[in-house]
Design a binder for this molecule. Structure first.
Ligand SMILES: NC(=O)c1ccc[n+]([C@@H]2O[C@H](COP(=O)([O-])OP(=O)(O)OC[C@H]3O[C@@H](n4cnc5c(N)ncnc54)[C@H](O)[C@@H]3O)[C@@H](O)[C@H]2O)c1
Length: 308
């Protein structure tokens, strides 16, 4: 397969590229390196195009000649400060990808969306794909728009699109600056320096942490399974973890039993409880995450450079 990975220099994209290469696929990356890093790429084996999702011609050039498009490129975690950049990259950028797909012959487009489209559902915080979306930050809104374009192009022009709503992805190469998913790397990074985790608020807020290799597995299944076309699917671990629990697991994995987490004021723009209902994804993709949070934390811990 000739695979295009937008955002292939980023955290999740680069793990996806690694697996595509392992499976001997031809891989092209489109990235502007705004948050992705050249360190994540094996330049000898990948066709790297430095370009911008916001520019239709940059996108068209790489979509032409691809069989599969994995659209992971996005502006992540800056929307509260730069909502316009978010809109341009995530909504308009996705529109550009689909417009280019219309005039190419593409077998599948897998779009990375986000748990942030759900907002703050209240109750037990179980997110089901059929739920009404109510994003609480512009990033969530830009991802909801990206999803809507993916589905609209699918219905109007039969583009074989699948949307995946990733939950809180963690693992090696994750950017600790990402406010929505960087908590794991921030806690591990501090533990590396023998510093306690800083928990915002009471720590009883919950997240659905999923290891990056599991996310890559779901993404590849979405490209392979016919039944996935035209679907929007959650990609989470299905388990709900409090930030307090995460902090104590990190302390344990790092072997720093003497550390006590610190608490700081609650942050704005946070949701309280959210985890994935995976019923539909299990049925359509036959997917289940197999890495426990403890195992994933151990693997991420081992991957950290002692100097980090
Ligand atoms: N990390 C998570 O927990 C998480 C959760 C939900 C959804 N997602 C989604 O998964 C995808 C990958 O996220 P990630 O965590 O790997 O983030 P990341 O920031 O590491 O990767 C995004 C990549 O897109 C590139 N990019 C940004 N703007 C671009 C532009 N205008 N043109 C071309 N490239 C551009 C960046 O340089 C980067 O390499 C994103 O679509 C994100 O919204 C991530």
């Amino acid at each position: 397969m000739r695979a295009l990975v937008t955002g292939g220099a980023g955290f999740i994209g680069s793990h996806l590229v690694d697996i595509l290469l392992k499976k001997n696929h031809e891989v092209t990356i489109l990235d502007n390196f705004s948050s992705g890093s050249p360190k994540n790429i094996d330049f000898r084996r990948v066709n790297v195009v430095k370009g911008d999702l916001r520019r239709p011609n940059d996108v068209r050039k790489v979509v032409d000649g691809s069989d599969f498009v994995f659209h992971l490129g996005a502006c992540v975690g800056r929307s509260v400060f730069f909502p316009r950049l978010d809109f341009d990259t995530n909504a308009l950028g996705t529109f550009n990808v689909f417009r280019a797909c219309r005039s190419a012959s593409i077998e599948r487009v897998v779009v990375a969306s986000s748990v942030m489209v759900y907002g703050n559902p209240g109750g037990k915080g179980i997110a089901k794909e059929s739920e009404c979306l109510s994003p609480i930050i512009p990033y969530g809104a830009s991802k909801a728009a990206a999803e809507a374009y993916a589905m609209a192009f699918h219905h109007a022009w039969n583009i074989p699109a699948v949307v995946l709503r990733y939950f809180n992805v963690y693992g090696p190469r994750a950017d600790p600056r990402n406010p929505y998913s960087g908590v794991v790397s921030r806690f591990l990074g501090r533990a590396r320096r023998r510093l306690p985790p800083i928990i915002y608020g009471d720590g009883k807020q919950t997240r659905d942490f999923i290891y990056v290799k599991d996310v890559v597995k779901a993404t590849l299944l979405a490209a392979e399974r016919k039944a996935a076309v035209g679907e929007i699917l959650n990609v989470g671990s299905e388990s709900e973890t409090t930030i307090n629990k995460l902090a104590s697991l990190v302390i344990d994995v790092a072997g720093l039993g003497e550390l006590e987490p610190r608490h700081a004021a609650t942050r704005m723009h946070e949701y309280r409880r959210l985890h994935a209902d995976m019923t539909k994804t299990r049925k359509v993709l036959g997917f289940k995450a197999d890495t426990s949070l403890r195992e994933g934390l151990e693997l991420t811990w081992e991957s950290l450079n002692p100097a980090d």
